[in-house]
Write a protein that binds this ligand. Structure first.
Ligand SMILES: Nc1ncnc2c1ncn2[C@@H]1O[C@H](COP(=O)(O)OP(=O)(O)OP(=O)(O)O)[C@@H](O)[C@H]1O
Ligand SMILES: [Mg+2]
Length: 264
């Protein structure tokens, strides 16, 4: 599918942030399709049992944020969805297909893209080379031209080496790189971490732009202020389980509880 028409450049840093997330896109007929369904998910690193029955589901076009204290199991949840933990048990359906026994490369082919906290930009490669590195896995991925239209500063930095990019540019590159593969479910781990407020605002605009284009996003965030206006739904994790779930509209009623859970 040609999507040039829906790719728009992100506003430059310093512009007014977009408003809070509008309701997620609905499929023709008004019903939203379930993209991800995680049931009774357990995961281990070696002998260490880290996830203890994670349950949640995400519809197509939704932005969901995993909140929790350090060590709650949020990164492990993203890694387990991607098949990157030592072992895992339970059920993870992507577009209804059971992926619990699939290796990572097959999960990626279902249209799942993972952006790890450490970003994984190759310092000796240029922006463009980093962008071209992952193979295109499913139809409908953005072309390099579309990516540069959406991220004009990556175009400017196309031939700059990875080490010469700022933290914010590296983070945008790390996300842009998965858009090329054709992934429609994006698993983003703490993309705002360690970045200056003006860059964090640009990342917020990026998330909203991706959302408008119908991407489905599961984000892990420590920065609640960043996540709060972006997500349709919030899941709170503790000790390897989802212990609470609420929508954007329910946020005000949950602020006291959130402070207790997260210390925010
Ligand atoms: N590679 C690993 N080997 C063994 N244990 C791990 C490994 N990675 C994480 N853990 C443990 O698993 C638990 C969950 O960690 P996870 O990284 O999922 O937490 P988190 O919610 O992402 O929090 P944070 O990012 O703040 O650390 C923690 O107790 C952590 O110490
Ligand atoms: Mg983490």
């Amino acid at each position: 599918m040609e999507r040039t028409d829906v790719v728009t450049p992100l506003p430059s840093a310093g512009m007014q942030p977009a408003t809070t997330a509008p309701a997620a896109a609905t499929a023709p007929g008004g019903t939203r399709r379930r993209l991800l369904e995680v049931r009774d998910l357990h995961a281990w690193y070696g002998e260490s049992h880290v996830l203890h029955g994670v349950d949640f589901a995400v519809d197509e076009g939704e932005v969901v944020t995993l909140l929790g204290r350090n060590g709650a199991g949020r990164t492990t949840t993203l890694r387990a969805i991607m098949g990157l933990t030592g072992s895992r048990k339970g059920s993870i359906k992507v577009h209804g297909a059971e992926s619990i026994s699939m290796p990572t490369h097959r999960i990626a082919r279902l249209g799942v893209g993972y952006c790890p906290e450490e970003r994984g930009i190759f310092s000796s490669l240029s922006t463009q080379e980093n962008l071209m590195l992952p193979p295109v896995l499913t139809k409908g991925g953005m072309s390099v031209e579309q990516i540069y239209t959406m991220f004009p500063n990556l175009r400017e930095r196309a031939s700059s080496q990875g080490t010469r990019l700022s933290g914010g540019e590296q983070q945008m590159l790390a996300v842009a790189r998965i858009l090329r593969t054709g992934a429609r479910l994006l698993l983003l781990d703490e993309i705002s971490e360690g970045l200056a407020p003006v860059i964090v605002q640009k990342l917020a605009e990026m998330v909203l732009a991706l959302r408008r284009q119908g991407y489905t996003i599961v984000m892990v965030e420590q920065n609640f202020r960043f996540a709060a206006p972006l997500a349709d739904r919030f899941l709170v994790m503790e000790h390897g389980r989802v212990i609470e779930e609420f929508t954007q509209a329910q946020l005000p009623q949950h602020s006291q509880k959130l402070r207790e859970y997260l210390g925010v």
